[in-house]
Design a binder for this molecule. Structure first.
Ligand code: CTP
Ligand code: MG
Length: 227
């Protein structure tokens, strides 16, 4: 395929505090990773690279093959690193030679609908080097220091960044080759390298499972509505 999706799932889930790495925590009968991969396999066809904690590569392979159905040939699983950026770098090293567009997706955004992937892929295919899904900020924001409000912040100029983030493969490879500092997402790394980052509409269901409240929200969304 022309597209690869790197699903980063090598984090420990400290804030969730579930006792096992976050990607392997159950939402319902299925794990966060399995749900995330369902969305990936329902999206346009791509090589799928799962980046797992180094002692969970076997478990991640089981989840990936389960989600892949008949497309086991598309799956690779590699061990991640100590930071998200290191985990993405490990995934990038496994991208097949003919791939032109690379998406990087947080496994923790387990309920991301397939059409978000399609929007991001289309925008890169149309010529953007870097594309991220965003949502408008809904909260009233304040700049604070030492428990005191310094000033209100105009939310209309802000956006909340989600994943999958999509990149022209050569541009992402180059940025990772030259990366010095650690960045919280790939768009920040690319932007620091001077690449223009375009936005497309995100989706509320692409929220990141970070805390127990987020996990409860995910559980409510996947639960069949009682009748
Ligand atoms: N991630 C990763 N490798 C790391 C750190 C994070 O692959 N060394 C992945 C996580 O698995 C997750 C995504 O990056 O899918 C976003 O990270 P985050 O939500 O912060 O997950 P964790 O780092 O696992 O959680 P926490 O920060 O609470 O420990
Ligand atoms: Mg983290």
């Amino acid at each position: 395929p022309r597209v690869a999706v790197i699903v980063v799932a090598a984090g420990s889930g400290t804030r969730l505090g579930a006792g096992s790495p976050k990607a392997f925590v159950g939402i319902d009968a299925h794990t966060i990773l399995r749900h995330a991969l369902r969305g990936v396999f329902d999206a346009p066809e791509a090589q799928v690279i799962v980046v797992a904690p180094d002692d969970r590569v076997g478990d991640a392979t089981t989840e990936a093959l389960g989600a892949a159905g008949g497309r086991r040939d598309l799956v690779s699983v590699v061990a991640g690193g100590a930071t998200r950026q290191e985990s993405v770098a490990a995934g990038l090293a496994a991208v097949w030679a003919d791939v032109e567009i690379v998406l990087v997706h947080d496994a923790a955004r387990a309920l991301t609908p397939p059409d978000v992937f399609a929007r991001v892929i289309d925008a890169v295919a149309e010529g953007s080097d870097a594309v991220i899904p965003v949502l408008p900020v809904v909260d009233t924001l304040k700049r604070v220091a030492d428990d005191v409000v310094v000033e209100p912040v105009d939310r209309s100029v802000l956006a909340a960044a989600q994943t999958p983030q999509g990149f022209r493969r050569a541009v992402l490879d180059g940025a990772y080759r030259d990366a010095a500092a650690d960045h919280t997402d790939d768009a920040a790394l690319l932007q620091s390298a001077g690449t223009q980052v375009r936005t497309v509409p995100g989706d509320e269901r692409a929220f990141k499972i970070t805390t127990t409240a987020d996990l409860e929200h995910a559980r409510a969304l996947v639960e069949p509505v009682p009748r």
